[in-house]
Write a protein that binds this ligand. Structure first.
Ligand code: DNO
Length: 355
């Protein structure tokens, strides 16, 4: 059985409350984080305990962490790498002690996910995140801060924190000599270093794919397609080294066959983000409602493939549209994600009953 969850950024950061999340049918757990921590810092046991207590007191549980972010020093093998890895290990140990066993992270340089618009209006009046390659090609990374700040409804978005946007020039400089092979080697080094603590506490590491699934701004991207998974899962061939199957991110590249990727990765899928998107032209897509009929993906085929490989980890709807006048962090309002959770569970119930 899958564990249907919603992402929750934590008290003080999320516009959606746990009281509301608890009323989404079938959702018993949240995927959360210590949003105030910086990559490279060790998470304190007491802070994890406090967050856990807060969530459990409201009738939900922590189904996993998204994200424990990986520092730039680890990604580029900079001078602070050893210290940051030690801190990462400490964090994993503290999470393991609190019985938390799934950690989502990414290995994208400088930016996390990237969109050219955060509120494109669709024909039904909903607003959605969208990506247009021509707009991105014209964006000057030096002025990214202004573009992002004017688009984010005043919320701080993951990967786009103000202090990072302040130092984009320096960040780009750090990655100047990092090509995709070096980045990949640094990922493998990191995964090997955290292996013992993951195995001791049975922590499953779930790398998030790059979004969009191709290099942007001249920066390398290494988790984009089936071949990347072949390389990654072989390089550290241990159960703890697994993936976040994110249909929206992998699906940005229409050449990615999601069903085939799910069958290839099988039991190394530790977490699933299931959402739909709609392609308008080969250089332009927008995020759709979760329903197959609203976008370009076959959501039934995706849920069926997850069922077929016996996936039983946490799963969540992702990037909802902004509807019904909700004011929330782009992609992370309550209403459309709740619709998504209900729809995905409907597909799943039908699949289970037919098998
Ligand atoms: C976007 C998310 C990503 C994801 C990170 C994982 O909404 O899916 O920001 O959390 O890439 O580290």
């Amino acid at each position: 059985m899958m564990d249907m969850t919603l992402r929750y950024y934590g008290p003080g950061y999320d516009s959606v409350s746990l009281e509301h999340i608890r009323q989404v049918p079938g959702v018993k757990g949240v995927i959360t984080t210590l949003y105030g921590t910086k990559p490279g810092e060790a998470w304190k046991l007491e802070e994890i305990q406090e967050l856990k207590k807060y969530i459990e007191a409201r009738g939900l549980r922590i189904s996993g962490i998204e994200s424990v972010n990986v520092s730039d020093a680890i990604k580029i093998a900079g001078p602070e790498r050893d210290r940051d890895i030690e801190n990462y290990i400490k964090t994993l140990e503290n999470l393991g002690r609190e019985d938390i066993h799934m950690v989502c992270y990414n290995f994208m340089p400088v930016f996390d996910w990237t969109r050219s618009e955060l509120a494109r209006v669709r024909p039904d009046g909903a607003t959605v995140l969208a990506y247009n390659q021509d707009v991105i090609d014209k964006l000057d990374p030096d002025h990214m801060k202004e573009s992002i700040e004017s688009m984010s409804n005043g919320f701080v978005m993951p990967g786009w924190e103000p202090d990072r946007l302040d130092s984009l020039k320096e960040l780009f400089a750090l990655y100047a000599d990092i090509d995709s092979d070096t980045l990949f080697a640094n990922l493998v080094f990191f995964l090997k270093a955290i292996g013992p603590v993951c195995e001791k506490y049975d922590i499953k590491m779930a790398i998030h794919p790059d979004d969009p699934a191709w290099p942007i701004f001249g920066l390398p991207r290494i988790i984009t397609c089936k071949a990347s998974y072949e390389r990654l899962l072989r390089a550290v061939d241990k159960p703890y080294n697994g993936i976040t199957l994110c249909t929206g991110s992998l699906g940005t590249d229409p050449n990615n066959d999601l069903v085939d990727i799910i069958h290839y990765c099988k039991d190394r899928i530790h977490f699933a983000h299931v959402r739909n998107l709609k392609y308008n032209t080969p250089r332009d897509f927008e995020e759709a409602a979760h329903l197959s009929s609203d976008g370009s993906m076959d959501m039934y085929a995706i849920m069926k493939a997850l069922f077929d490989v016996g996936f039983n980890g946490p799963i969540r709807p992702d990037h909802g549209r902004m509807i019904w006048g909700e004011d929330a962090m782009p992609g992370y309002g309550l209403y459309d994600r709740a619709l998504g959770a209900a729809y995905l569970q409907g597909l799943y119930e039908a699949i289970v009953k037919n098998n």
